[in-house]
Design a protein around this ligand. Structure first.
Ligand code: HAM
Length: 420
C-alpha cells in the first residue's frame, strides 16, 4: 500500500533537473525566447491538462493519442488528459480567444507520453515550440524552419540533418492514402506482422516503420510527392526555394510522415547525427491547416514546431557544445566576528548586483576559507574584529593569495573591478 512507503523517487520515465544542469536550461530558454521574440512570437502559457477531446482531435491514427495518453476522469467525472503535445492546446487557445492573425505563439512546457522510457525518451519531457496561425503562405513554413535552425545554430549544434516532405492538401493526402493502401494490401504477407494491422485504417503510418521487411515493401511503394495537386507542388517548391535562400541545408525525404495525424503540406524533422538513431529527432513540425476547424473554429491554417529540450541537450553533450558555464560567485564573504557582518554585507552586495555567498553556522575561519575555495569564487571578503573596528574589509584574491584592505563602503566597486 502506498501509505506504507517511506521513501520515494521520481516516477519512471521522469527526472528531477537540478542546478547546474538547470543553468543550461535557463540559457537555452533565453536563447530561444530572444530568437522567437525577434521573429514576432509572444509567449503563451496554457493549461497542463485539457479536455480529452482536444487531443483526440489530433487524430485517431496517432500513437501519442491512441496508446500513450495520460488520460483520467476528474472528480466531476470530466474526461481530461495531460498534454501529450503542444500544438492542440495552442490551437484550442486560438479558437477560444481569436487573436488577430497571423498569430505567432511560442511556448515551453512539459509533455506527457506513456512511452517505454529509454535514453532520450521519457514519460515527461519538455518542449520549446512555436506556432503561427492564420496564413497558408509557404514563406511562413520557411520562417518556422529557419527559426528552429537558427536556434540550434545559436546553441552551437552542427551535426544536424533537416529532412522535409509534403503531405499535400487533405484531398491529396486521402488520394495518396488510398493508392498506398492498395500497394500495401497487395504485399501484405511481406510486411512485418506488427505493421499489417495499420494498413486498413492508417496506411501512412506504415511508412514510419523501422522494420526491414516493411521498409522493403514501402521502398517500392508509390510516393506521396508524385500524388500532390499542382497547388501543393507549388507550395512545396516555394518552401524549398525559401530554405535555400535562407541557407538552411535540407534533404527531401519522401518517406517522412511523422507521428501526428494533423499534418498537411510541409512536414519536417531535425535529426542529430551525434545521437542514436532511435531518439535522434531533436525537433519537428509542419503545417496543420485543418486542426483549427477540427477543434470547432473557423478554417485557419497553421504551421509550427516542437523541439525536445532534453534531447537537444543530449545532442549538445554529444557534440561538446553549449557546456555548463560553471558560474561561480563573484565574492565569498568570510566573517569571524559572529555572523552579523556576513549577513549584512552579503545582502548589500546582492542588492548591488553581485553574486555573493557566505558560510553559515558560525564556522571557524579555516572552515569558511575552505568553503570559499570550494565555491569557486575568485575573491574572498574577510571581516574580522580589526576590520569591523576600522570599517574595512580584507579583500583576498583566492587564486593568487594576495590581499589588501579596502573600505567597506567601496567593497562592491572593488569586487567589480579589482585592482591588480
Ligand atoms: P513531436 O515530433 O511528437 O511533435 O515532438 C517534438 C519533439 O519533442 C521531438 O522531435 C523530440 O525532440 C521531443 N520528444 C517527443 N517525444 C519525446 C519523449 N518521449 N522524450 C523526449 N523527447 C521527446 C510534436 O509534439 C508536435 N506538437 C510538433 C509540432 C508543432 N508540429 C506542429 N507544430
Amino acid at each position: 500500500m502506498s501509505e506504507a512507503r517511506t521513501s520515494f523517487s521520481a516516477p519512471i520515465g521522469t527526472h528531477d533537473v537540478l542546478a547546474p544542469e538547470t543553468d543550461r536550461w535557463q540559457r537555452l530558454l533565453s536563447t530561444f525566447a530572444a530568437l522567437a521574440g525577434r521573429a514576432g512570437f509572444g509567449l503563451v502559457v496554457s493549461p497542463t491538462f485539457e479536455d480529452l477531446g482536444v487531443f483526440q482531435r489530433v487524430g485517431p491514427g496517432t500513437d501519442v493519442v491512441r496508446k500513450e495518453m495520460y488520460d483520467f476522469t476528474d472528480k466531476s467525472e470530466r474526461q481530461m488528459a495531460l498534454r501529450p503535445e503542444g500544438t492542440a492546446s495552442i490551437v484550442r487557445a486560438y479558437v477560444e480567444h481569436r487573436p488577430p492573425v497571423p498569430w505567432r505563439a511560442w511556448y515551453v512546457a512539459p509533455m506527457f507520453r506513456y512511452e517505454k522510457p529509454q535514453a532520450g525518451r521519457y514519460r515527461q519531457h519538455h518542449q520549446v515550440g512555436a506556432e503561427v496561425l492564420g496564413s497558408a503562405d509557404p514563406d511562413l513554413d520557411v520562417e518556422i524552419i529557419t527559426l528552429l535552425w537558427d536556434f540550434y545554430g545559436a546553441l552551437g549544434l552542427q551535426a544536424l540533418d533537416v529532412v522535409i516532405n509534403s503531405m499535400g492538401d487533405p484531398e491529396g493526402r486521402q488520394r495518396y492514402a488510398d493508392v498506398l493502401r492498395a500497394h500495401l494490401e497487395a504485399n501484405l504477407g511481406d510486411l512485418a506482422p506488427e505493421d499489417r494491422e495499420k494498413v486498413t485504417g492508417h496506411p501512412l503510418r506504415v511508412l514510419d516503420s523501422k522494420r526491414p521487411e516493411t521498409i522493403a515493401v514501402t521502398n517500392a511503394a508509390p510516393q506521396m510527392l508524385d500524388h500532390l495537386s499542382d497547388e501543393a507542388t507549388a507550395h512545396f517548391a516555394r518552401v524549398q526555394d525559401g530554405l535555400q535562400a535562407a541557407a538552411v541545408p535540407f534533404r527531401v525525404e519522401p518517406r517522412l510522415v511523422r507521428g501526428l495525424d494533423y499534418y498537411t503540406h510541409t512536414l519536417f524533422e531535425v535529426q542529430s547525427s551525434a545521437l542514436e538513431t532511435a531518439q535522434n529527432a531533436i525537433g519537428g513540425g509542419g503545417r496543420y491547416d485543418g486542426l483549427a476547424h477540427a477543434l470547432g473554429g473557423p478554417a485557419t491554417p497553421g504551421v509550427g514546431f516542437g523541439a525536445g529540450i532534453e534531447r537537444i541537450l543530449l545532442a549538445c553533450d554529444a557534440e561538446g557544445v553549449f557546456a555548463h558555464d560553471g558560474s561561480a560567485p563573484d565574492v565569498f564573504v568570510i566573517d569571524t566576528t559572529g555572523g552579523d557582518a556576513a549577513r549584512d554585507v552579503v545582502t548589500a552586495l546582492r542588492r548591488d548586483g553581485l553574486r555573493a555567498e557566505r558560510a553559515y553556522d558560525n564556522r571557524s575561519m579555516k572552515a569558511q576559507m575552505k568553503a570559499a575555495d570550494r565555491s569557486g569564487a575568485a575573491l574572498a571578503a574577510i571581516i574580522g574584529e580589526d576590520e569591523r573596528a576600522a570599517g574595512t574589509v580584507t579583500l583576498r584574491d583566492l587564486g593568487r593569495g594576495e590581499q589588501r584592505a579596502v573600505p567597506l563602503a567601496s567593497l562592491a566597486d572593488e569586487v567589480r573591478s579589482p585592482r591588480s
